[in-house]
Design a protein. Structure first.
Lengths: 265, 265
DNA sequence: AACCGGGTTTCACATCATGGAACGCTCGCC
DNA sequence: GGCGAGCGTTCCATGATGTGAAACCCGGTT
């Protein structure tokens, strides 16, 4: 639950410890390719991980033959098999399939960007994002992360989680992203109390200048928060409060649809 | 390109060969958990893979500490890290982000199920699926596979691919799924010719009884097919031909939006 | 209290991954 | 057109490393 993943950002220089050395190396390779945006080359991997070229070569060969990597003329990419595997992750899968129809409804009603996110290692990870043509501005990506305290979904998740989860999130957050980002633990606690009162969280350009949103918590049958649902739009024309009821309604709908699934993460 | 993955269906009894033995075993474990629907237990893994318990234990430990597996009271599940990694697969990612807005448009216009799929190892793999509340019937899943010759998207992809890709797909197809499934290579070739003439493919309850669809090819800048886009609905009220123009329009839109991305697979 | 079926730990053994060295290749540069 | 910088690839003697039988712990069932 409180398992901090090694930061996937920046150079993955082998700081991951596995009891089985080979596996550690293999993941170092994957981590590097991931950090490089899904595409790299053998030499670059060797340089970045500090592993000798022949070793990387051997690992890459196995990864390719399984489908975790894909080789082209002069590049190596994450392979399709990883996508397929990733879609089988139960937590994500159940949530996504339950939430999607309601997210569609929200999109059709608002024509703004709709997000579904969960908490992982103190960060918000986006499970689904629905968006139209105009939304080049949103800095989010399905499968991407954001510091929890700086986002609407993050706040709505933390508000209904025990205090130590909040601590983890604060520590994992990193530097504020905008002038309005909540960077102090005290201010955050107060904000979370407000969220609990009102039932929704707002993001007033706290994660990205010019971007605002409303988020509502999604609870499971047992009454634990499992995800956050949000509508986001540009600060100018978009008034998040107007959609407060809509997100709440959608969130309730998702809860109703959720199978009996344990909290998980 | 023609790399047949070992069938992910059924018991994965270690028939995967890697030069580095440990990695082969590790993937055998993951494969089993995947085949079990994303959730299993240590004992079951050991039984299914034929690996001794201590070995599985060690592997699982490493997989957990990286985030590829997640442990709960009495189960092991595929972990969130796999989802994140899977979303970084470049081929999938570019396609998805380019296609999504157009898929939204299609959904809003039709309120039927919208699919985006690519060809992998002779199968159609679904990259995205948009669906409303009523569509319990569709047997597809994002990240899931279907035999190419039995689906609209599959036919539209095969129609613009060289003959050997068709051969691979036919061999990989398995038994017909419905009475109308195209199971002979000759009939398929003829169907593909029709597809090339008309520019779209239909699925008349060929993959699932009661389900029909229209599919259009998505080409990249270089003019190669990279994906298929489809609208599917129930055989009764849904007349696929009525949406022929709509899917085609959307597919063209996606092409225009696609970055300069090599064919890949 | 004996049993069973899960998960865990231990440890002597030899299998297996290791990585330095050396190779072929294709560029780009002088 | 020759030279070198970088890339991916192969080889193979060496010992570090993964191995798995055996034994153990624990909670539930008989």
């Amino acid at each position: 639950m409180t398992d901090q993943y090694p930061q996937a950002t920046g150079q993955t220089r082998f700081e991951y410890t596995a009891t089985t050395a080979v596996i550690g190396k293999m993941f170092a390779v994957l981590d590097h390719v991931a950090a490089a945006g899904g595409q790299s080359t053998l030499a670059r991997i060797a340089a970045a991980t500090g592993l000798p070229k022949p070793t990387v070569h051997r690992l890459v060969k196995d990864l390719k033959s399984w489908g975790a990597l894909e080789a082209g003329g002069d590049w190596l990419r994450l392979g399709p098999r990883l996508f397929e595997l990733g879609q089988l992750v139960p937590h994500t899968r159940n949530l996504r399939s339950a939430a999607l129809p309601f997210m569609q409804d929200l999109y059709e009603a608002t024509h703004e960007t709709i997000h579904l996110g969960v908490l992982t290692g103190g960060h918000v990870v986006y499970i689904e994002k629905i968006t139209g043509h105009h939304s080049g501005a949103t800095p989010t990506r399905v499968g991407g992360r954001m510091p929890a305290p700086y986002t609407g979904i993050g706040k709505v998740l933390l508000a209904y989680l025990p205090g130590d989860a909040v601590d983890v999130a604060v520590r994992a957050a990193g530097p504020p992203r905008t002038p309005t980002s909540i960077s102090s633990r005290d201010v955050l606690s107060q904000a979370l109390a407000t969220v609990r009162e009102r039932g929704v969280a707002f993001d007033q350009e706290e994660s990205q200048p010019g971007l605002v949103c409303v988020a509502a918590p999604v609870f499971d049958r047992a009454g634990a928060v499992v995800a956050g649902l949000s509508v986001a739009g540009p600060a100018g024309r978009f008034t998040p409060a107007r959609f407060e009821a809509a997100v709440l309604t959608a969130a309730h709908g998702v809860r109703r649809t959720l199978r009996a699934a344990p909290a998980g993460g």
